[in-house]
Design a binder for this molecule. Sequence first.
Ligand SMILES: Cc1cc2nc3c(=O)[nH]c(=O)nc-3n(C[C@H](O)[C@H](O)[C@H](O)COP(=O)(O)O)c2cc1C
Length: 198
Amino acid sequence: MSDDARRPLLQIIVASTRPGRVGEPIARWFADYARAYEGFEVEIVDLAEVDLPMFAEPEHPRFGRYTLDSTKAFSAIIARADAFVFVTPEYNHSFNAALKNALDHLNREWAGKPATIVSYGGVAAGARAAEALWPVLVGLNMVPVPAAVPIPFAMKNVSGEGDERVFTPAAETEGGAKAALDGITAWIEKLGLQGTRS
Ligand SMILES: Cc1cc2nc3c(=O)[nH]c(=O)nc-3n(C[C@H](O)[C@H](O)[C@H](O)COP(=O)(O)O)c2cc1C
């Protein structure tokens, strides 16, 4: 096993699924930041690519008895993570429906893992989305760290076109990302998650 493979796996969940989403360049920025921070293996999980149907499992996900191939595939992805970064837009004063649908699909795969929230929107920086998401993460037995990353007017910090779009963070946004990763690192150590991934 390589040194990198022994690092905890940090998954960055891209919640927005719409064409032209700001969330995608923000997630790529955070992934690069987390790699440079060192200490994590980093993976982006894009809900647009995962493309889950609206939740349609007959049993509660806590039993893990999934019937749909789409749920089984998503379960395998999330199960391998040690920690999560949820990159969420604010839609109508909350986080977006695709993220709730994805969270509802699974149960044990999320549990016992630290998480942080990167939120964005207008002047409120997605704060209402983050506040709405927090109790959902707790309800799924995740450990959301107090250091979150609210980004006001994120679209103003995105330049370029298409796949080449780049999010350039303000200094305080980078500071927030560091604090969030520090918080996740502390919980990974407390929870003994490091190196437990197969
Ligand atoms: C359906 C919808 C609802 C929105 N509601 C809010 C809102 O309540 N508060 C806010 O600050 N921005 C709101 N916005 C603006 C979004 O935060 C902004 O468009 C952002 O770029 C969306 O993220 P995305 O580009 O990654 O999808 C809304 C946008 C959409 C499409």
